[in-house]
Structure formats: structure tokens, C-alpha cells
Design a protein around this ligand. Sequence first.
Ligand SMILES: *Cc1c(COP(=O)(O)O)cnc(C)c1O
Length: 817
Amino acid sequence: MIKHRTYTINNIAEITGGKCIGVDKNAVIKHLAIDSRILGEASQTLFFAIKAQRNGHQFIAHAYQNGIRNFLVSEDVNWQNYPEANYIVVDDTLKALQKLATFHRSQFALDVIGITGSNGKTIVKEWLYQLLNADFQIVRSPKSYNSQIGVPLSVWQIDEKDTLGIFEAGVSAPDEMSKLAQIIAPKIGVLTNIREAHDEGFQSRRQKLAEKLQLFSGATLLIYSPDHLVEDVQLPCAEQFTWSFTQPADLQIKEVDSHTGFSLIKGSFNGETAVARVNFTDAAAIENAVICWATLLVMGYAIEDAAERLAALQRVGMRLQLVNGIEQCSIIDDSYSADISSLSIALDFLNQQNQHPKRTLILSDLQETGKTAEELYQEIASLLQQKKVDRLIGIGNDITAHAELFKIEKSFFSDTEEFLAHVAQLNFSKETILVKGARKFGFERIVKRLAQKIHDTVLEINLNALQANLQYYKSKLVAQVKTMAMVKAFSYGSGTFEIANLLQHHKVDYLAVAYADEGVALRKSGISLPIMVMSPEPSAFDAMFRYQLEPEVYSLELLQQLLRFIPSEDKPFPIHLKLDTGMHRLGFEPHQISELCTLLSNNTRLNVVTVFTHLVASDDPIHDAFTQTQVTSYEQMYQQLVKTLGYQPVRHLLNTSGITRWSAYQFDMVRLGIGLYGFDSALPKNTLQTVAALKTTITQIKTIAAGETVGYGRRGVLINGGEIATVKIGYADGYSRAFGNGVGKMLVDGQLAPTVGAICMDMCMLDVTGLEVKVGDEVIVFDHNHSISDLAKEIGTIPYEILTNVSQRVKRVYYYE
Ligand SMILES: *Cc1c(COP(=O)(O)O)cnc(C)c1O
């Protein structure tokens, strides 16, 4: 039997049925990687080139550069370029990963809880961890690693010291679960619920439920709610334990009594009355708590003991948040968890940030079971080196005791109070600071001190969603077609370097901005991708030259001005030619091409990098014939230019909906804009993910008598009287006056509440009659459920305008899960 963490690459070749080739077949493998993230020592990492939305084989060069020497592949790779590499060749790399995880799991006899369902998997997993962690050595899925790839990576972490595993599994199409069931091999099954999430891949709820239940086919006990069953679905497992809010069950909830900040859940278990108090009031959290409660009871915990544990449950913080900090710092808040795998993910995110030259980590003591403190801090020290952290601030006695392991700028404090007393001496300035600590250190106090105060109206940007949208479009491109990401107008209102960093990290080829100063700002934030400037005003030529920004040239005048400007001795200056094929905004028209050719012929001072045009109605079938003429006209002009230039510049004309509707015209590059931010009218709903959510809060609530009026000009009238809530958003924040008088609606307490009266500059009023609301409650202006597209329809505009109108006064918060 192979003892964990002593696999050699040759062992893994045997387990996965692959062929091992390379210089060192005894190379020890401790860690697995599937993308540019390295979760441990690079030299002991095996890179799986998985073909998912992107083909992992494309990242081999990058992984090699980062020190990885062991690879598992299914395609031909030019191994001459990687002289020190060892590699395993298999038919299917994903299957190989799953085989390896199944094998690894089979080496351990520990009990495993497997969790699946539509919602709540990750919360239930994290809460069971909080509840059981005192009694078991627990290994669990990191974050929400629950996919065909995430599950094997989770199970790979099992170590001989572990006494309980808690893993989640998610499926989005038929036939996926049986593989995950083999890898996880749970003894106890937890089915959270069955809702409409991810319905696309299934024909019916019944089929979906049956698929999910497969996870438990080898389990001995199933915990579920009859409320979520569909008739005549066969239940696996000899033993079952049920919970319900509505019908008789082993744990039947009779009443939920919600107060400010907590709820009392009353139920009956085995004929006895049981009460649990939890620090939550929302329905989802209460359901998740009940699922955990049922699990504790069926595991044999006494009613009182279970209640005591539930009362201590804390909200799970799974997000990294990026916000602006004091002294021009950026703060990454990950102050809710501290273990080495989440540290590694957070450091990766820190490493992506280029906006400041310095990267700092504030880290508390970590507790990692199964490792000595010496081993743990040594591992962290090498991780910090790998991820290029410049400064460490350690808080806690353990990390302080291992100070000498860290060979970078460092300071140590015994606790959070001591750190807070010394903030001034630490001279934070222009650095990106990751704040990461175990819960008991209360690092939220550090974030509060270092971050700029966040106003109550924020635009939340989900970077995972943006990344997923990028992957979606990349997956639609023919190999070798490049991507230019449009980040004009603060990335459509979503951000500047925050978005550009992510796009750079995910290897888009080009960025495009509207004006030179937008490009300069990106350069000053460490963005090194080539950047095209679409409106290159001559007064900014100098700046463009200094910051290596590449102008779009759209007229003969502009070309002449540029030629006068460029110093002749320099290397050829990169430009992009814009052709007007029907937009009639900017660009050379067909009749100007011969004059353009005259100016360009034998000109060695310019390098025409790309030639492009813009479609006027790529999204609209009514204009398809016109679109076709644009393409033809573009191709004719392009050929004429090529004849003069003697080389073939990169060709591009598709914007977002063009990529979706005109895939035959990808040419050499596409220009992706609004699709990144989640909109493409040519795609079915829910194909893309929602990136932005605008949230505000209630400042005051008033009861209005019948006949009274609300707001300026007495425009708001509640005929029968009622309740209004004043919220902190107005037209100066980008919430147009057109939304006034009931045209606009916001989500309050899960319900759509219409505006009352005129929208003011900084505030507006909502009709909340009959809703359960109080001052300080969150109000959603737009998000996944109440979409920007709906808002756009309400006032007769397009999502582009709603998104870019959110004013810069509204703070942006970026999160990454
Ligand atoms: C903004 C812009 C795009 C992107 O358009 P989307 O519809 O947002 O994808 C592409 N090309 C040009 C020239 C643009 O100005």
C-alpha cells in the first residue's frame, strides 16, 4: 500500500494507466495543479493538462516557467523545449485525475460525509466543519471545489492523520455524479435541497434528483428532507434521517422565531422538544442550519450539546474582497479563514495585482493539522517566496516563534491589539496588502483600520463571473484567434486595474481604451499588455509614445499629424488602422484607401499592427445583409492595404454579439466588450454570469397618510397612504431621474418595491408598504435577480448605459471566491 504523499511520478503513471517518460521517474509528487496556480512546492507538483473550457496544454510553458517539471498530458507537446520535464501520456487527462483521486481515496478508511443538492452545499460543508472540528481531524473541500475537477483535487488532500472527510459534489448534467461518488465514497450522505439551479442540463426535476442521489449509492445513511423529494424516486441507503419544515420527520421544525440578528428554531426530535438558536435570520441560512442540526443529531450528539454548537455558528466568508485602502494602498480582505489551501489561493490573487510595486501579507498563526509548526511555517515561507510577497507582518505567538524562516522584510506582533497600536510605525504606502487570519484573531478590525470607509452604496464586481464570461467567449474562438478586451470607460464602469489585472493574468492579447489617459492609468498600475487607444488626440501623442500606447488611426489628417510627431530614428511605431464600412463614426472610407496607401507605401516609420472595422448591427438579424456588405467591403480594403504594405496586419471586426452570431468572421482577433460584463442579447438568458451588483441601504422609514405627497414637486402620491423607505442612491450616483414615479423598482426584502416621487440627487424613496423592513437593511438596485437588462427596459435604454452610468462616487468592491 502506498502511504500518502510518497507517490512518485512513476507510481502515478501506473495508477492512471499512462506512460511515464522523462529524466527522473522517481520524482516525488505531493501536489496537483491544473492551471497557473501552484498550491505547494513547484518541484513536487504534477501539472494535469486538462481540456475544459480552455485547453490546459496551452499552459505548459507557463507552468514550466514557474518551476513545474512534472506533467500529465494527452496531446503532443514539443518536449525539446522543456529539457528537465518528466511527463505521463494518457488518453484523457481528466479521467486520469479522477482515477488518481479514486485510488488515493481507497487508501484510507476514514468516515466521509458527502454533500450535494442545489443550494447550500458549501455553507453546510463549512458549518459542519465548524461544528465538528473539535472532535475530528477534518479534511474538507477547499472553497466550493465540487466539480469533476474540484472533487478529485479535494480528495487528494486526505492524509493519514485525518479522521473525517467532508466533501461537496455538484453536477450540472446527467452522468456526472457516478464518477464523483466513486471518488468521494461517502458513508453519510447529506442532500441539502433540490431547486431550479442548473436546470439546463436536465430534462426534469426527477432526473436531476435521481442524478444527485447517485452520490449516495454506497453510503449507509442519508439525511434529507421529504419536502424536496419527487414521487417514485428510489432512495439509496439502508438508513435514513429526515428533516422538514412542513411535514412529519425525524427532525420536524414547528416554528422559526426571528429577532434582530438571531432566530430561535423550535422543533421536535424523537418526541422531544428541541430548540436551537442561530445568529441568522434569512431563510437560506436557517435551512442550512437545520440540515447541520439533523446531521449532529443523527451522529449522536445530545440535544443540548447540538444546540450549544449551533449557537456558535459563524457566517462563512468565502470571498476575497479587494477595496481601496489608506495611503493609496489596495486591501485584500480575507479575514475569515486561515488554512494553507485558502492562503495559497489568496496569495495567487495577491500575486495577480500589479497596481503597486509592493505586496504585503498580514498573516495570523495558522493551524494545520498533521504538520508540525516547523513544517507548516517552512511551507508558508517558500510559498511567500514563490508568490513574490515583499513583506510579511506576522501576528500571533506561533508565527513569531518561526520568524527566522522568512527571508523577506518582516515584522511580528503577539496579537491584533499590539499590531493596531503600531500601525503608524509600519508606514503602509502604495502597497497591496492581503489580510488573512484565523477567525479568533479578529482581523476584520485590521481591515476596518486599513481600508477606506466603504459608503453604504457599493457596486460589487464578481471577478469569478468576469473570468467565466471570458472563458466562455474564448471557448468559442478558433485556435490562434486572439482576444482584445475592451476596457474603455473604466471597463464599462466596472473598474480599472482591477479588471485589467485579471484580464492580463488570464492572457488576453490586447486591451483597448477610448482615450490615452485611460491607457496611461493602466500603465501606471503595472499593466504590460499591448493597449490600443481608439481616440488618440494629438495632444496625447507624447504620452502615448512614452507609455507605449498604440493609436487607432482613422483619418489622413491624424496619420499626417502622427508622422510629423514620430522621431524618425526610432523603431517603427505600432498603429491600428480603422476602416469605415458603414458605421460612419471614425475610419477610412473606401474612396480614401488609395491615398492612405500612398502615405503608407515605403514608410518605415510605421508598423501597421492591425486593420479593423466595426459592425453596426452584429446583434440584429434584420440587418444581416448589411453586416455581410460590411464584411465584404472590409476584406476588399484590407487586400488593397496588404498589397501596399507587403505584410499582413492582424484582422479583426467582431464585437461581443458578432462573436456569437458571426463566428465565421473571427479572422485573427476579436474585440470583446459587454460580453465580459455579462450581456449578449444574442445568447440565451443565463449563458453568461452576472458580474455587477449595485446595492444600497435604507436610511429612514416613514408612514405616509392617505393624500400626503412625497419628494420634490409633490410628484409622489400614495393614494391610500403607506410606508416609504428613503435609500442612499440618487441621480448623482447614476440612478437616472427617469426611474422616478414608480418607473424604477428595487429589491427590498426579496420583493420589488417601486420608487415614489422624483429621484433626488443623492437619495430616492421607495414604496415599502407591507414589506418587513428596517433602517439599515440592504436594498438591491440591480443584481442577478433584478437585472440591468430589466432596468434598461424600464427606462428605454441599453445595459451599456446603465452600467457605465454608475458614478465614480459609488465605491467598487471586487470579490473573488
Ligand atoms: C466598444 C467597442 C467594441 C466592443 O463592443 P461590445 O458590443 O461591447 O462587445 C468593439 N469594437 C469597438 C471599435 C468598440 O468601440
